[in-house]
Design a protein around this ligand. Sequence first.
Ligand SMILES: Nc1nc2c(ncn2[C@@H]2O[C@H](COP(=O)(O)OP(=O)(O)O)[C@@H](O)[C@H]2O)c(=O)[nH]1
Ligand SMILES: [Mg+2]
Length: 389
Amino acid sequence: MGIFNKIFNKKDKNPENKEGINNIKNIEKTEEKKLVKVINDETGKIGLETIKKEPQEEPKEELKEELKEELKEELKEELKEELKEELKEESNLREKLTKPRTGFFSKLKTFFSGKSLIDDAMYDEMEDILIQSDIGLEMTTKIVSSLEKEIKIKGIKDTKKIYPLLKEVMERFLIKENTELKIEDGQVNIILVVGVNGVGKTTTIGKLASKFIENGKKVVLGAGDTFRAAAIEQLEEWAKRSKADIVKGKQGDDPGAVVYDTLEYAYEKNVDVVIIDTAGRLHNKNNLMKELEKINNIIKKKIGDRYYESILVIDGTTGQNAISQAKEFNEVTDLTGFIITKLDGTAKGGIVFSISELIKKPIKFIGVGEKISDLREFDVREYINAIFD
Ligand SMILES: Nc1nc2c(ncn2[C@@H]2O[C@H](COP(=O)(O)OP(=O)(O)O)[C@@H](O)[C@H]2O)c(=O)[nH]1
Ligand SMILES: [Mg+2]
């Protein structure tokens, strides 16, 4: 007779057996499902032995696994939301950059798809298109020779493969480091905004202020363009709109004095970010550069060796003139980067690809419209994807 038969047949006669069965049942009922060993010893008695597992271990592990799964799901949801936002931003940027994308860049795409041979004539024609798009001769030469090298190394024969390769090559010429404005907590951070008349300095300052204020920073604007009364009023309007403070003088006042007062105000009131507007035109260019040099010195004297941002605003619809502007301004204010505006309004926009490489400074923001929200942090990848089809 087998052990289990013994248990079941003798269950009423032998109280020990009955107890054994109850034990088995009890054990089976428990969630832990302990192992049970039934012993048939020489006397015919049946004993039970439970092999105890490490108490609690298994449930704890199981629980951990369950929680991990739950967390994974939660994280997935969060990431999905983030990704959705990113995609929305990306498609929004694509929309804003419709002109350059459907202008110059789609012209390039059509050009390559219409070619069947990679030869000197193709490179020549391509150079023409790049130059026409405001990339300029110097930069065009760099791009084309880099592309040519790449085509040779990779042994590319199919002209359809050139457009994506050109995208890679051009992306390499954009500086990816320090594209953010450096803002330190607990410090008075200074951003000096320079550039010729009409490029979008004052508008950009308003947009920047609004971004900082949205992020909980205290901002003061310094009305350093005292050349025209309208310039001061325009900055005041932006201060109101973005809820920033403003320090201003009267038309014709010494801009250096306004900058000094703005810095004093900032230290006194524990301001996080000071943004200084400047004139883009004075009676002559020499005066303008001297003025900026003076402003630069006032700031340096106040903050010592500390880093401050000196940003040149460039109108994205101007051509190669922007490069010479950048060189001149860089000499007097030691630029830390660029903001390229009006990229929504040009079918060219090639300046984005030459300015960083030629002056060796990063682009920090791009302007893609006149609204307060139309200033975008410059993200190389996002930008490249938005303009290449
Ligand atoms: N479409 C477009 N217009 C812009 C952009 N940034 C500035 N503007 C316009 O450019 C003009 C000159 O701007 P303003 O800020 O006065 O230039 P400033 O002389 O350098 O201070 C204004 O009409 C702005 O609305 C931009 O990103 N896109
Ligand atoms: Mg202005």
